[in-house]
Design a protein around this ligand. Structure first.
Ligand SMILES: [Zn+2]
Length: 170
């Protein structure tokens, strides 16, 4: 298996798990999925994770892609797509491409605030805004962080749980 195939498989596994339920509290799996999917993006891309009953994943949708630093999309368009997807809540994730500042910007925080207001009006719960890089994710509103190193390793089919190492290192 090539690295590419392993990551593609890992992304599929994450989507399958999230269809059962997403833990909104930390949203690790969702951010990890976004990090894998956007790992070779040099632009900023915004993904919406539409969630339904009991926070089960309905679909992942790319809602905007832009320049190398900032991407914008309208809250109105987002609200319309949420209703079309029949989502009861949505988590929004965008990447900061390699070489750019991995921390959420002031623009990110302002955008998240106005989107949350817009979503509440149409009855869609905002389940969080996250910035991802290859190394980890940060919650735009709370500043909570997670790193991916452990999760990426355990998703690798060569990973051995007993030894907490890749099998080839046995
Ligand atoms: Zn940003």
């Amino acid at each position: 298996m090539t690295d590419q195939e392993i990551l593609t498989r890992a992304a599929e596994l994450l989507v399958a798990r999230m269809r059962k339920a997403v833990r909104i509290g930390d949203a690790n799996e969702l951010c990890l999925h976004a990090a894998i999917r956007l790992r070779s993006e040099v632009r900023e891309v915004v993904l919406a994770y539409w969630l339904g009953h009991e926070d089960r994943l309905i679909a992942v949708e790319e809602i905007a892609a832009g320049g190398d630093a900032v991407v914008s999309y309208s809250p109105r368009d987002l609200a319309r797509k949420a209703l079309l997807a029949n989502a009861t809540s949505v988590a929004i994730v965008h990447n900061h491409p390699p070489g750019t500042d991995p921390r959420p910007s002031d623009t990110d925080r302002q955008a998240a605030t106005s989107i949350n207001q817009f979503l509440s009006v149409v009855g869609v719960f905002p389940a969080g805004h996250f910035v991802v890089t290859a190394e980890g994710a940060e919650n735009v509103m709370t500043g909570d962080r997670c790193t991916f190193l452990t999760e990426v390793r355990t998703l690798d089919p060569r990973y051995c749980e007993r030894c907490n190492a890749l099998k080839e290192n046995h």
